[in-house]
Design a binder for this molecule. Structure first.
Ligand SMILES: [Ca+2]
Length: 364
């Protein structure tokens, strides 16, 4: 009797959770085509461009070939055949294809890239690329030095931590220090259960070059991060809750103090903070339901959407008020499952989890 009542209670709780999450799945959402100007796919990328990091002089580094470490049985088998790569795209010469960057020899056989970030030395051209690598055994953060002449990466260090439970994104704040966001705890087929039951097991880890510490804990649904141009604020996206959380960064120890949330009204993935305008650019999924169908069968198209958050506040508090813009939308035929967007001088790249990369001129 007690067992039956317990099972019934759990079932009711699960139903309530599904009901709560259903708007985020966007079951009735459609993809609307909207272009800011001429848009085209960028060759040769066909196996995803999940995350993009953009230097201040218009060089984009793109992670491609992500094999999600979730329940493999739920995903299209083709995804497991993807090869992890880093591509480079030059906004100053956008007529050309993306170029593959040579990986360090140590990573050639075990490279499954997810979030990317970079750190550029202000007084020199030295550039470090930080990549979340879902290695076969665990999640690592690969810190690599970029060689401009050889278009190659050399491994500086691989950072591991027991706090890296399921790393999604990385945010470099120095040549050897970073924040890493865990989108959850469990891998494999326990992960969908973690989402449905609503376990808040995501976190943000700060690594100061020596030690790792948890700076955000017991959160669900964490995705990607970006830094304000003055380096004092961190933006963190929450996909199902359709929010950007803004934190103030402690200068002393890197701790994060929650300031406010921005409701975006669409399931957001990766975020880019434009250092010129302070605008936030978001790769978004208009329908998580169609996205899940796309990930199960890549032939099924999923809509894409880019959101731009334009701050209206004064310099001291830029996001006190803001406007939401929708510069790009697609029904999935040009690009399915948009996960990232970056902007540079009236031009834009839109990345995807497992599909193409799109370049647009912005003329409207
Ligand atoms: Ca992401």
């Amino acid at each position: 009797m007690i067992l039956k009542a317990t099972v019934l209670l759990i079932a009711l709780f699960a139903l309530q959770r599904v009901w709560q999450l259903s708007p985020g799945f966007g079951i009735h959402s459609k993809g609307y085509i909207h272009r800011p100007g001429p848009c085209r796919t960028v060759k040769p990328i066909q196996t995803g461009s999940e995350d993009i990091t953009l230097t201040d002089n218009g060089i984009a580094f793109i992670s491609s070939g992500l094999r999600l470490n979730l329940c493999k049985q739920l995903f299209d088998k083709k995804i497991q055949q993807f090869t992890g790569r880093i591509y480079k795209f030059n906004f100053n010469d956008p007529g050309h294809a993306a170029v593959e960057v040579a990986l360090p020899r140590e990573l050639e056989k075990d490279f499954n890239p997810h979030g990317v970030s970079h750190w550029k030395d202000a007084s020199s051209d030295e550039l470090w690329l930080f990549v979340v690598n879902h290695r076969k055994d665990n999640d690592n953060v690969e810190v690599m030095k970029y060689n401009h002449e050889l278009n190659s990466l050399s491994l500086v260090r691989s950072v591991q931590s027991t706090m890296f439970t399921s790393v999604n994104d990385i945010l470099a704040v120095g040549p050897n220090s970073f924040y890493a966001s865990n989108d959850g705890y469990f891998h494999g087929c326990l992960r969908p259960l973690e989402v449905v039951v609503g376990l808040a097991l995501g976190s943000v880890v700060f690594f100061d070059g020596v030690t790792a510490s948890l700076v955000v804990q017991r959160q669900s649904d964490l995705n990607s991060m970006a830094l304000s141009k003055d380096g004092t604020r961190l933006f963190l996206t929450k996909t199902f809750e359709q929010q950007i959380n803004i934190f103030n960064i402690s200068k002393e120890n890197g701790n994060l103090m929650f300031d406010r949330a921005i409701d975006v009204g669409v399931s957001i993935d990766n975020i880019y903070a434009d250092p010129v305008s302070d605008d936030l650019w978001l790769g978004a999924h208009s329908s998580m339901f169609l996205l899940s169908q796309h990930m199960t069968n890549l032939d099924v198209k999923a809509p894409s959407k880019v959101v731009r958050v334009h701050p209206l506040g004064l310099e001291t508090d830029r996001f006190e008020s803001y406007e939401l813009h929708s510069p790009f939308g697609d029904d999935g035929r040009l690009i399915s499952g948009s996960s990232s967007a970056v902007y540079y001088q009236e031009k834009m790249l839109v990345g995807s989890i497992s599909d193409t990369l799109v370049f647009c001129d912005i003329i409207v």
